[in-house]
Design a binder for this molecule. Sequence first.
Ligand SMILES: Cc1cc2nc3c(=O)[nH]c(=O)nc-3n(C[C@H](O)[C@H](O)[C@H](O)COP(=O)(O)OP(=O)(O)OC[C@H]3O[C@@H](n4cnc5c(N)ncnc54)[C@H](O)[C@@H]3O)c2cc1C
Length: 109
Amino acid sequence: MLDKDNNPLFEEDLIKDYSHGRVALIGDALHTADPNAGMGTTLGLEDAMYLSKMLRDHDYKDAFYYFEHDRKPRAEKVFRSASLLDNLDFDHAEDYAFFNDGIDAGWDK
Ligand SMILES: Cc1cc2nc3c(=O)[nH]c(=O)nc-3n(C[C@H](O)[C@H](O)[C@H](O)COP(=O)(O)OP(=O)(O)OC[C@H]3O[C@@H](n4cnc5c(N)ncnc54)[C@H](O)[C@@H]3O)c2cc1C
């Protein structure tokens, strides 16, 4: 059994600023979603694609601004629902699957 209180995998922390100067963060460096959610790779890839697109179309300052402005709400929504998933104590696997499908549907919006 994992000791979630003392395991860095379950640390809950959100970075406020997505960039500083000419450096921007993506993926787990920004939002290490609870691994139970299975969403970390998705978020990281989305970050990479969105930031690439912004850098293609804007100078880096505007690109970093749009990246943070546009990505933060989704990243924080997934992060918080992933934490919620971890804090629930399901007795039955089918209840877990039902709940997980429900928040997956919310994440896709
Ligand atoms: C147990 C577990 C299960 C998971 N299951 C899923 C899942 O089913 N689905 C899903 O989508 N996600 C899952 N995740 C989350 C997913 O693995 C991460 O969200 C994803 O790997 C984050 O990618 P990243 O590139 O941001 O960071 P990372 O994959 O951590 O990549 C960072 C890289 O930087 C390297 N690095 C660090 N410091 C330095 C340095 N100073 N110099 C050079 N290199 C450095 C590291 O070695 C690493 O290779 C799971 C995570 C865990 C722990």
